[in-house]
Design a protein around this ligand. Sequence first.
Ligand code: PLP
Length: 427
Amino acid sequence: MDNYSINTKCVQAGYRPGNGEPRQIPIIQSTTFKYDTSEDMGKLFDLEASGYFYTRLQNPTNDYVAAKIAALEGGKAAMLTSSGQAANFFALFNICECGSHIVASSSIYGGTFNLISVTMAKMGIEVTFVSPTASEEELNAAFKENTRAMFGETIANPALTVLDIEKFAKVAHAHGVPLIVDNTFPTPVNCRPIEWGADIVTHSTTKYMDGHGAAVGGCIVDSGNFDWMAHADKYPGLCTPDESYHGITYAEKFGKEGAFITKCTSQLMRDFGCIQSPQHAFILNLGLESLHVRMPRHVENGQAVAEYLEKHPKITKVNYSGLPSDPYYSVAQKYLPNGGCGVVSFEIEGGRAAAEKFMKALKLAAIETHVADARTCCLNPATSTHRQMSEEQLIEAGVPAGLVRMSCGLEDKADLIADLEQALAQV
Ligand SMILES: *Cc1c(COP(=O)(O)O)cnc(C)c1O
């Protein structure tokens, strides 16, 4: 499939049925797999042969869909996880351990911010947050002897800042560390971080990839570019024998292209079990089949709504990287030439109270803790997803208390704008 365009890959990459086989991906609804001899099965446990033995670690339906996402991102290997949270946790914990340090953009999803700053801190993993607009010197200064990963979001949820991926990758690589990029919002249709130097890409497939608000899921894609063995002192988990797998050294046995995902599957999936159900993988694939058709419409609606809001007298600020007035416009022109996504955020004159009144008055847009599906929805992050944050942390994350995040769905943009118009008239 390599030579086909991303549009064709959305439809057909991953699962390639043979003669007489089902056209649609089969849902392998089985927890276990049968073998003729114990010896056959033993080879799987020793990672001497590849195959399936238990769906807590791997399932063929999931692997077909993961292979499609790897093809879309231009990666070498991928795995599905039960959620986006699991994907980001696994991507980081696969190369970090107690005593490690992470450099992360401060402008990231609230759940990921909490995962890194609170839960991973309890595991003895430290973090230094940096501004997504930090200079190279400032980024360099955040690194320590024990830094093992750098993390950011292509388009941050909900701050909508755009990451300078090339700059972050350059600094990460200068310190011998991989850059992990959460590419949930643009999806590979609008940006492929690996082409700009990212080493690992993560997704909450719950969002645009599924696109219908039907199935929670996540994905990790490895570019296969990071040379773990060249930094073996930093990554003993990949570069020294794994006693829990009979002394296999992942980076040696599976090379740059296979080590990360193999270790993540055989250790973290085995021990934490955050597998996506094959049913969800099937639903996710239905979404992927139209991703390239849906993303341009999400962008068209987002752009139209952002332009409308920017001119409205009751709106004090609009964040959307497709607006020339947006501070991230020029970065977005570079990384997101076809637009970013359908999510727009804005502040209404009158702060939190006005935002609440406005949201209540909307008829098409529902209030939901969700973004990035076919139906338009909105949210006040300060009272929901970002509830744990202090006022200072909210400002630092680019999410002031009166901010409304609106996810433009696939409806007609004229109807969306008419809905905004009548709701703003009531504020
Ligand atoms: C939603 C989201 C997550 C978390 O994903 P879940 O599927 O809800 O666990 C992570 N990163 C980003 C950018 C998100 O939007």
